[in-house]
Design a protein around this ligand. Structure first.
Ligand SMILES: [Zn+2]
Length: 157
C-alpha cells in the first residue's frame, strides 16, 4: 500500500443507510419531525443529521491529517537542518584534507638542503686522528643518505 492508498483508506466512509425504508418520525438527533431511518442503536436519524455526522467525521479526519502534515514538515525541516550541518562538516574536513595534501606536495618539491662541515685533515694533509677518520667516514655516509633522499648538500669548510 503506497502513501496515497493509505491516505484514501484512512478517509472516513459515509454510513450507507436504506432511505427506501424511511419513515416520518421525530429525529432523535435534531428533534425535528422528518423522514428518518433507523440508526445502528435503534434511534431514528434524519438526512440532515446523517450529513452532519458525515461532515463531522470528515472534519476530524482532516484535522488529524493536518496535524500529521505539520509533524512531517517539522521532521523534514529538522532533517534538512541536520543534513546542512553534516554537509558543512564534510566541507571543512575536505578543506583540511586538501590543505594537508597541498602541504605534503609542497614539502615533496622542496627537498631538504643541508650544509655539512668539510673533511678534516692534519695541517700537512694527512689524517692521523681516529676522530678525523671517523668524522670523514660519517660525513661521506651522511652525504649519500641526504642525496639519495633527493636533498642537496652544501659542502662547508
Ligand atoms: Zn435530524
Amino acid at each position: 500500500m503506497n502513501s496515497l492508498e493509505a491516505l484514501t483508506a484512512s478517509m472516513p466512509k459515509r454510513i450507507v443507510r436504506n432511505w427506501q425504508a424511511s419513515v416520518m418520525r421525530t429525529c432523535d438527533f435534531c428533534g425535528h419531525h422528518k423522514g428518518t431511518v433507523l440508526n445502528g442503536d435503534n434511534s431514528s436519524i434524519c438526512a440532515s443529521c446523517c450529513d452532519a455526522e458525515n461532515y463531522g467525521n470528515l472534519q476530524c479526519a482532516l484535522e488529524e491529517a493536518l496535524e500529521r502534515n505539520a509533524a512531517l514538515i517539522a521532521a523534514l525541516e529538522q532533517a534538512q537542518q541536520e543534513r546542512k550541518v553534516q554537509l558543512e562538516t564534510i566541507a571543512s574536513v575536505t578543506g583540511l584534507w586538501n590543505e594537508q595534501r597541498n602541504r605534503i606536495a609542497e614539502l615533496k618539491t622542496n627537498k631538504p638542503c643541508v650544509k655539512l662541515p668539510g673533511e678534516r685533515f692534519d695541517e700537512d694533509g694527512s689524517i692521523t686522528s681516529d676522530f678525523d677518520r671517523g668524522w670523514n667516514h660519517y660525513r661521506e655516509d651522511a652525504m649519500k643518505a641526504i642525496r639519495s633522499a633527493g636533498g642537496t648538500v652544501i659542502e662547508g669548510e
